[in-house]
Design a protein around this ligand. Structure first.
Ligand code: ARG
Length: 465
């Protein structure tokens, strides 16, 4: 081997001068893509078997390669894999080590293959594993946690807010389910995007395809893919599945951020609706009385990072010419960062939600009669008063109570009848928060039956998903 040039590198043949050490460092991705070692070896094992079937390896050569790759895998798993300075990325590192172990047959493994189709298959396999092994189960657990709480705490009433102003009484469980439904859609989206991850690019070569009649369908099946990418130029060029995943993480992150924000507000002493467990709170180094919801604040903050990663990849892809460009190597740190952090967010948020306590008393205290003003209007509607007029008359009741400095329920029947003859003695029935929420019987509303129906619908839909 030549001493000058880049003979130590797998692509060194045509080079005579060395690569600048800074450039070497700049170019290398092993530091982070080594975490795909398992997928890289899996892809290589399947490829070895495919090129053996295509007549490019003898059975004996293939067996040696398979054993060698098993050995490389076990070196990674046990931490004994020795990285060389010439190992640019996980693909070159594994192939270099394989060839050291098995000699000549190792040098045949890359026949018809390129790192362009190799990195694409590795990344798809890696993402598919993370989705199946972590994200989907974690998200399911979170949805179940919210749903179980909703059922168990269906009788607790709380103020519902719009514009963060007290609006109408709702069931606490209705609020819980509103967040569960956001996540339910995220789970569906995850399953949908997984279908697009689930397409095998291996056998596309550098860009033109595979010249050795490799059976791509068999190769895909071997790797557990349900489809084969339909165009080799697309296959090495396509990072859409990563962009889509990064967007998915951004949207999920936004949903968690909003849940976190609700809980941050609800857990302030001023609101006092929920108590976040010690396990997810921290103290202040200065103010002894503080309980800070750091877990929730971090979950909220991560949403910014997720969107940044998504925008980062989209911007890197934009303007790249057809097929593979090294710009694409930038996909991995963004992908890994979003995947790692989003699993953290789901885990912590599931922990927060399953351990927090809700104060039914405090929820009730924060229900104010003003929140029943809509109910006064609905009372009149039930007496056949057109809604616009009823709304106006209810407003007069609010104003009269304010003028007298009393809550509305303390207005006399005469006061009410002075505003509208449609008021009867049963006006007193309005002053029940329980009765108020129970009006909302229509599907998707906050009555007990309607909320329990949501719980059942959620369980059914999760069982089918
Ligand atoms: N480390 C590279 C990446 O992550 C692998 C593909 C390199 N291909 C190439 N032709 N330079 O994108």
């Amino acid at each position: 081997m030549a001493s000058a040039g880049e003979a130590g590198k797998l692509w060194g043949g045509r080079f005579t001068g060395p690569v600048d050490p800074e450039m070497d460092k700049f170019n290398a991705s092993l530091r982070y893509d080594r975490r795909m070692y398992r997928q890289d070896i899996k892809g290589s094992k399947a490829y070895a078997s495919a090129i053996q079937k295509a007549g490019l390896l003898t059975r004996e050569e293939e067996t040696q390669i398979q054993r060698g790759l098993d050995q490389v895998l076990s070196e990674w798993e046990t931490g004994s894999f020795e990285v060389r300075p010439s190992d640019e990325d996980i693909h070159t590192a594994n192939e270099r080590r394989l060839t050291e172990l098995v000699g000549a047959p190792g040098a045949k493994l890359h026949t018809g293959r390129s790192r362009n189709d190799q990195v694409a298959v590795d990344t798809r396999l890696w993402l598919r594993d993370v989705i199946q092994e972590q994200l989907e189960p974690l998200l399911r657990e979170m949805i179940t946690t919210l749903t179980d709480r909703a059922e168990a705490e269906v009788d607790i009433l709380m103020p519902g807010f719009t514009h963060l102003q007290p609006a109408q009484p709702v069931r606490w469980s209705h609020w819980l389910m509103s967040h569960a439904w956001f996540l339910r859609s995220d789970l569906r989206r995850l399953q949908q995007l997984t279908q697009r991850v689930d397409s095998c690019p291996l056998g596309s070569g550098a860009l033109a395809g595979n010249p050795f009649a490799v059976d791509r369908a068999a190769l895909a099946a071997e790797l557990g893919f349900t489809a084969v990418t339909p165009n080799s130029m697309l296959a090495v060029s396509d990072r859409d599945y990563i962009a889509e995943f990064l967007f998915w993480v951004s949207l999920l992150g936004t949903h968690f951020s909003r849940l976190a924000e609700d809980l941050i507000i609800f857990s302030t002493p001023t609101f006092g609706l929920v108590h976040i467990a010690d396990a997810y709170s921290t103290g202040s180094s200065l103010m002894p009385q503080k309980r800070n919801p750091d877990g929730l604040e971090l979950a909220r903050g991560k949403a910014g990072r997720f969107l940044g990663n998504c925008v980062g990849l989209m911007t890197a892809l934009k303007g790249t010419p057809s097929t593979y460009n090294k710009d694409f190597q930038e996909d991995k740190e963004l992908l890994f960062d979003s995947a790692d952090n989003v699993t953290g967010v789901i885990r912590v948020m599931t922990g927060v939600v399953s351990t927090m306590t809700v104060s039914a008393d405090r929820c009730r205290q924060l229900l104010s009669e003003g929140m029943l003003a809509t109910d006064v209007a609905y009372y009149l509607v039930r007496q056949n008063v057109p809604f616009r007029e009823a709304h106006n008359l209810a407003g007069k009741c609010v104003a009269l109570a304010e003028a007298k400095g009393v809550p509305m329920r303390q207005l006399s029947l005469d006061d009410f009848q002075g505003i509208s003859a449609a008021f009867g003695a049963d006006v007193a029935s309005i002053w029940s928060f329980e009765a108020s929420v129970e009006q909302y019987q229509a599907e998707g509303g906050t009555s007990r039956t309607a909320v329990l129906k949501q719980v059942a619908q959620m369980r059914e839909s999760m069982a089918a998903a």
